[in-house]
Design a binder for this molecule. Structure first.
Ligand code: FAD
Length: 408
């Protein structure tokens, strides 16, 4: 089984089954050797590690959430823990995977017909194809439920079957410039309801352009998408999506994983800062021996520990079938707030070196380990914002507490 992480102070990992812990050991080895060492480089070049797609698939990172493609029986807690571990190695890689298997594959699992699932799920799980999820628009982020402007218009083909014509634009779509399949959410002009469409790319009228100069999650390639008279057959509409309520089901499931991802950002930063604090000498002693530095480490670890407990419970509720929107919203909001505090404390511990991407370095004969805390610090900002900002998730909890929605 995988060894306990230093950041797993209460040995939560032992709640995974023996099979899950064994699988985790293999995944962690892969992340330590093939993802983490190259993460800074991908980040600087702003390129997703696409060459690793088949390796992610082999390890079950895409298919494990779905009965038809899982490598072995596994729990939501296990999959959450894995999302945390990927993020701990590289938050961009966790997002890249989360868009493909979390958002896009879950959309098909929740909204797809048996024929759509049979066509897409095995190939997406095997990493043969890359998928994206297009909900956000240039004018609508937090208010997509009400404001979504992309339109879908049904028309009849000459052969008597139905097809849809999509028009509009999308923003921030992860993998959107190179994905083979983009799930596009659009409003039916006839009944005003949001519907889901499987857009196979390339296709006429669909243009995805990579967003440049991002300063967070740089190794996730986000796109601006324009849809101009994009034609989709009725057979590529998700038949079980009847309105935004059904999109919210997808987000409820994926939001819990994003809480785990936020946890992983904090854990990655904590480990980097702890190693740095033990190695960096000032006033003739390792900075880890100073009380104020220990206070910061203790605060960071307490935030991480509370976050693990919350993430574990929300994933258990997912398996029990009792998880509601406000449960994943609270987890995402709380854990991402702790993440922000943690990365700030950890960056502080690393001093000036905390603002530079770093590999092992030597200062006046002192060797300090690879830190890269700056990457976690920067990446935390996007994780704080996507899949519902901190504010929106707090308001979903507020609605559950008071019975009053403050955002409609
Ligand atoms: P806005 O909605 O404009 O919000 C701006 C600020 O106003 C926020 O602080 C917000 O909390 C606050 N605010 C808004 N309304 C209220 C209110 N009623 N009360 C209080 N405060 C409010 N989207 C996709 O569809 N697919 C993707 O793959 C995807 N990937 C992403 C990857 C990255 C790196 C990023 C940064 C974003 C991604 N997104 C994606 C979009 C993401 O989901 C949105 O950025 C997010 O929902 C917030 O929307 P916005 O950026 O338009 O901010």
């Amino acid at each position: 089984p995988a060894e306990l992480l230093d950041a797993d102070f209460y040995a939560f990992q032992h709640q995974l089954t023996a099979t899950e812990q064994r699988a985790l050991a293999g995944i962690r080895r892969f992340l330590d050797t093939e993802v983490r060492p190259f993460a800074d480089d991908h980040w600087e070049r702003a390129e997703s590690p696409r060459h690793l797609f088949p390796r992610f698939a082999e390890l079950g990172l895409f298919g494990n959430a779905f009965p038809e493609t899982a490598l072995f029986e596994n729990s939501s807690v296990f999959r959450g823990w894995v999302a945390m571990e990927i993020s701990r190695a590289d938050p961009s890689t966790a997002t890249f995977i989360g868009v493909h298997s979390g958002l896009a594959m879950t959309s098909i699992a929740v909204g797809g017909s048996p024929a759509q699932k049979a066509e897409w799920m095995p190939r997406l799980a095997a990493g043969e194809l890359v998928a994206a999820f297009g909900l956000t628009e240039p004018g609508h982020g937090s208010d997509t439920a009400r404001g979504l402007e992309t339109t879908a218009e049904r028309r009849i083909r000459q052969d008597g079957t139905d097809e849809w014509v999509l028009n509009g634009s999308k923003r921030w779509i992860g993998n959107g410039a190179f994905a083979d399949l983009v799930v596009i959410w659009a409003r039916d002009v006839a009944d005003d309801q949001v519907k889901g469409f499987l857009v196979r790319t390339p296709t006429p009228g669909f243009v995805g352009t990579k967003i440049e100069r991002k300063q967070s999650l740089r190794a996730v390639e986000n796109a601006d998408i324009v849809l101009q008279d994009v034609v989709v057959p009725e057979s590529d509409r998700l038949p079980k999506i009847h309105g935004f309520r059904d999109v919210a089901v997808v987000l409820r499931l994926t939001r819990a994983d994003v809480a785990w991802q936020a946890l992983g950002v904090g854990v990655g930063a904590y480990e980097a800062a702890l190693a740095y604090a033990k190695a960096r000498v000032q006033f003739g002693k390792p900075i880890a021996s100073f009380q104020l530095v220990q206070q910061k480490l203790a605060d960071a670890l307490a935030g991480i520990t509370a976050s693990i407990a919350l993430c574990m419970r929300v994933s258990q509720m997912q398996d029990e079938g009792t998880q509601r929107d406000h449960h994943s919203a609270m987890a995402k909001a709380f854990v991402s707030a702790r993440m922000r505090e943690t990365v700030a404390l950890c960056r502080e511990i690393c001093g000036g070196n905390g603002i530079q991407l770093g590999s092992e370095a030597q200062y006046d004969g002192q060797i300090v380990p690879g830190y890269s805390v700056a990457r976690y610090f920067a990446d935390a900002e996007a994780v704080f914002t996507f899949e519902g900002t901190f504010d929106m998730n707090s308001l979903i909890v507020g609605r559950a507490i008071t019975g009053i929605a403050a955002f409609v």
